[in-house]
Design a protein around this ligand. Structure first.
Ligand code: ADP
Ligand code: MG
Length: 591
């Protein structure tokens, strides 16, 4: 072991520091676009090749740089955005640490072209592994183009740690999406392998969201707006019934900077209260505005984390704002007005079409028909939104007596039954989930299930990442009754669905199943089959809030008690709670 302390050579220091800012191609995309935004650009184009591994280029029409600045920009701690400690306390730009370009340049080959408005020619600067190689004049439009080639070419270990192209692409897509949502007034274009992926023209927020997520889902969002003395909050909340099983569609911004903050996330979920099940995540888009002096964004080089001066104050503010927004839309059963609440319930059931994943750009447009129209298009399903329950009813027929006597449905959520030993409360969603799960699992092992043909097959566009997943899962999805055709790049057509799928839900169930696979680290121990079965069961099952008739309840109970594990749902939550007569007697003092 050498014992003498040595100062590291500058190029090694550069590579070490780069690791903090540049973790993957998406980090380069994020840093370059942020620079373009700070430079006042109105149009920003991102071009990638090989999922950013061989090329990331960001072109803007912002203020540009002089030749002198173009060279200085690659020095560590070189920034035009702050000068004094006072400035650091009052950050109004996305950048300020002066690290990004130096870090990126240290681990790649960079070509910067930039021109100030009013100048005849621009400057071309080339660097290789952080070393300045060339400075020349170049003819170009005003603005800046930064080309980053062969990322991590000189740091083999980092290069090795990059994930598959599908994964890196997904990260880049998400990075651009996050920035584009915060700045609808800026046009964003995204091109991968010469193919246009996104073309977002400058617009209002609602239009931007519509282009990204589809018209119908965006229409179904609940707007939120709240002004306090210190904080201002605006944005949109997804209705609880569109909640998904992965926390992927949470967009939290602080002063237009995308952040990750557990405290605020928790505040949002507390605001939803019992409206969502544990482990489901509603779509959330919130812009929090606060005086920059009351928050520290300089916690981490990527600036994803922030520290609030008053963590509790901001928590309370966000929770109350969310609660108020939801309750003003009559979503809290407890405070809903009778007549209206019933009407709302009906409508929600029809509209439960699910929120599309981000990348399914514009598809829901195509499917833009109303829930009822969509149903009418489905063979054999016209007018029956509770087809699953119909199936249950049929199966109920012919069974003479049941040891379970259904009594009543509580809050359209729990079923209260009298059983021989006392009473039992059953969670209707969890119960149906268990039934469907056990029905689907054997299909995955054996013969493919007959599928229900759709009169009008549905076209779904997928991101590259999703497309890869679909390809991988196709055989399993077919076994449970989906009929899919893969059409060229990233387009699939759903031609049939399993018989348990409720009309109007075809697209959403499909995307939920895909969601389960998006985050592989989430449940690495479970088998793929199991995850397919579980996510399908969860989405196809009746929900809390669905009104059931006595027969429907009876049929559900019959089926539940024929399953192998009637007491827990596939996610591990309890399905039922029992109270024995002895227990009741004891409580009433009848010993
Ligand atoms: P920071 O953004 O924290 O200041 P960077 O390393 O990202 O640090 O950028 C260094 C400097 O280069 C910026 O402060 C800015 O002056 C200049 N710069 C970078 N990108 C652009 C751009 N697209 N247009 C104009 N100036 C830019
Ligand atoms: Mg920057």
């Amino acid at each position: 072991m050498p014992t003498a302390i040595k100062i590291l050579p500058p190029d090694l220091i550069g590579k070490i520091a780069a690791g903090e800012v540049v973790q993957r191609p998406a980090s380069v995309v994020k840093e370059l676009i942020e620079n373009s935004i700070d430079a006042g650009a109105t149009n920003i184009t991102t071009i990638i090749r090989d999922a950013g591994k061989s090329l990331v280029q960001v072109v803007d029409d912002g203020i540009g740089m002089s030749e002198e600045d173009a060279i200085l920009a690659f020095e560590r701690h070189a920034t035009s955005k702050i000068e004094t400690l006072d400035d650091l306390e009052d950050i109004r730009t996305l950048g300020f640490r002066g690290e990004a370009l130096a870090s990126i340049a240290a681990v790649s080959q960079v070509e910067l072209k930039t021109k100030l408005p009013g100048m005849d020619v621009g400057t071309l600067v080339k660097l290789d592994g952080g070393e300045l190689k060339e400075v020349t004049k170049t003819a170009m439009e005003s603005g800046t183009s930064l080309m980053v080639k062969n990322l991590f070419y000189n740091t083999p270990a980092r290069k090795h740690f990059m994930k598959s192209n599908a994964t890196e692409f997904k990260h880049i897509y998400e990075a651009i999406q996050r920035l584009a949502i915060a700045r609808p007034e800026i046009g964003f274009r995204f091109v991968s392998e010469e193919e246009p992926i996104l073309d977002l023209r400058p617009s209002e927020l609602e239009e931007r969201l519509t282009t990204l997520f589809g018209e119908k889902p965006v229409k179904a969002l609940l707007p939120l707006g709240e002004e306090g003395e210190v904080y201002r909050l605006s944005g949109y909340l997804g209705k609880p019934e569109f909640a998904r099983k992965v926390p992927s569609e949470q967009f939290l911004y602080l002063n237009k900077r995308f952040i990750v903050n557990r405290n605020l996330n928790h505040a949002v979920y507390s605001g939803y209260e019992h409206l969502i099940e544990k482990g489901s995540y509603p779509f959330v888009l919130l812009f929090l505005q606060i005086d920059p002096r009351r928050v520290d964004v300089n916690v981490h080089p990527t600036k994803l984390e922030v520290k609030f001066e008053d963590e509790r104050g901001v928590y309370r503010f966000v929770m109350m704002a969310v609660r108020r927004a939801l309750s003003s839309h009559n979503l809290f059963p407890g405070i809903a007005i009778e007549g209206e609440a019933a009407g709302e319930g009906e409508r929600l059931r029809f509209e439960r079409a699910g929120f599309p994943t981000a990348a399914r750009v514009g598809v829901l447009h195509q499917l833009g028909s109303s829930g009822a129209e969509m149903q009418a298009k489905l063979v054999g399903n016209v007018g029956s939104e509770l087809e699953t329950v119909e199936t249950l009813k049929r199966e109920m027929k012919g069974r003479v007596s049941s040891p379970f006597r259904p009594m009543s449905q509580i809050q359209n959520k729990y079923i209260l039954l009298e059983i021989d030993s006392g009473i039992m409360l059953v969670d209707q969603h969890a119960a149906h989930e268990r039934v469907l799960y056990e029905r689907v699992l054997p299909r995955l092992e054996g013969e493919a299930e007959k599928s229900q043909q759709l009169l009008f097959p549905q076209t779904i566009e997928l991101s590259l990442a999703e497309f890869v997943t679909v390809n991988e899962l196709a055989p399993l999805l077919e076994k449970i009754g989906f009929q899919i055709k893969i059409f060229g790049k990233q387009t699939i057509v759903v031609e049939g669905v399993p018989p348990d799928v409720k009309p109007g839900q075809e697209a959403s169930i499909f995307s939920e199943v895909l969601d389960e696979f998006r985050d592989d680290a989430r449940n690495p121990s479970s088998e793929i089959r199991d995850r397919v079965a579980r996510s399908f069961a969860c989405r196809a099952a009746i929900k809390a809030g669905d009104k059931l008739s006595v027969q429907e309840m009876g049929a559900l109970m019959e089926q539940l008690f024929k399953t192998e594990v009637p007491s827990v749902c596939p996610h591990g939550r309890p399905v039922s709670i029992k109270l024995s007569i002895e227990e009741l007697d004891k409580r009433f003092g009848r010993t």
